[in-house]
Design a protein around this ligand. Structure first.
Ligand SMILES: Nc1ncnc2c1ncn2[C@@H]1O[C@H](COP(=O)(O)OP(=O)(O)OP(=O)(O)O)[C@@H](O)[C@H]1O
Length: 310
């Protein structure tokens, strides 16, 4: 859904720390009802951007409008309409699961009775209803993250900001978080998230920007980005040799593009199985062959010459 009114508008947005420019003049527009992502490796400037959007860090330059307001002048009014799920959980370990929500609700002036009812509803939503009266400490990482997401929803926000929502979680816990976020998206909640996981971006984001070194290097839907910068299929070949380089030249004719990584060669092709047959016909015998679909990882590699997670 990309037809909604713009909720976040950034033009030439800059964040500097002393001489260092962490966010280097980015243009972003997030519309109502979409799930928007900032994808990039560590240090790309994603969290710095999120903090500016969350009104906890003033921009050093450029224009930023959140819900039509100025984050420096109207910080409290904007924050009242945002839900924030920070990178590191900052739940109160002294309180129970339910109290973490009801106490947070008080910051927004939500009446006690309403807060209690909403807490029950939200704990059910994040599948923590049966842990409502337990303390936070013994919860698993995935449960804490789900509780943080529930807390971000206490004030029925217009925009939910999620900084690396599944970093540090095991695969099962990640899938549960993804599933809940997908439900929110279906309910029409506007989600803005940062991630360095391309599968997370592909699963959740309607539209995303790829960031590197404080700049936006590409923008679009996951599918459009993959169509533009990768191919339908990718063949990964590993040769049992010190260097993969020696084999790369022989593979050039096979695909649209060949990328040589330290441990493998990627061949970008429309049909992976046909390319594998051609590799054999060339008399080459890789130790390992994998055919997969083109992904955002390939997009990032194409744009920056580096892999997302080094
Ligand atoms: N308060 C700060 N003071 C100085 N430098 C900072 C500060 N915050 C961030 N930086 C630097 O700005 C750059 C961008 O950091 P940022 O946290 O925005 O990146 P990121 O893409 O979110 O990566 P990560 O996933 O590691 O948080 C990094 O080089 C970081 O060291």
């Amino acid at each position: 859904m990309t037809t909604g009114r713009p909720l976040i508008q950034a033009q030439g947005l800059v964040k500097r720390f002393g001489d260092f420019t962490a966010v280097d003049g980015i243009d972003v527009e997030v519309r109502a009802g979409e799930a928007f992502g900032f994808l990039g490796p560590n240090g790309a400037g994603k969290s710095s951007t999120m903090r500016m959007i969350g009104c906890t860090s003033p921009p050093s330059g450029g224009e930023l409008r959140i819900l039509g307001m100025d984050p420096v002048r109207d910080g409290p009014a904007i924050r009242a309409r945002l839900g924030v799920c920070p990178q590191l959980d900052n739940l109160d370990p002294e309180l129970t699961v339910r109290e973490n929500l009801t106490t947070y609700a008080r910051y927004f002036g939500i009446p006690r009775r309403v807060a209690r009812a909403r807490a029950t509803e939200l704990l059910d939503f994040v599948q923590l209803g049966d842990r409502a009266d337990s303390k936070v400490e013994p919860l698993s990482g995935g449960m804490k993250r789900r509780l943080t997401i529930a807390r971000a929803l206490v004030n029925e926000p217009d925009i939910v900001l999620l900084d690396e929502p599944t970093t540090g979680l095991d695969p099962q816990a990640r899938h549960l978080v993804w599933e809940r976020l997908f439900r929110l998206k279906q309910q029409g909640v506007t989600l803005v998230l940062t991630t360095h996981y391309m599968d997370e971006a592909e699963q959740l984001c309607d539209r995303l920007v790829v960031m590197d070194g404080g700049r936006i290097v590409a923008e679009g839907s996951p599918r459009a980005l993959i169509e533009r910068h990768a191919t339908r299929e990718v063949v990964e070949l590993r040769f049992a040799a010190e260097s993969q380089e020696a084999f790369a030249g022989k593979l050039d004719a096979l695909g649209e593009r060949v990328e040589v990584l330290p441990d493998r060669i990627l061949v970008y092709v429309p049909d992976g199985d046909a390319a594998v047959a051609e590799v054999a016909a060339l008399g080459l015998h890789p130790a390992n062959v994998l055919v997969r679909r083109g992904s955002l990882e390939d997009v990032f590699l194409h744009l920056t010459g580096r892999t997302l997670v080094d």
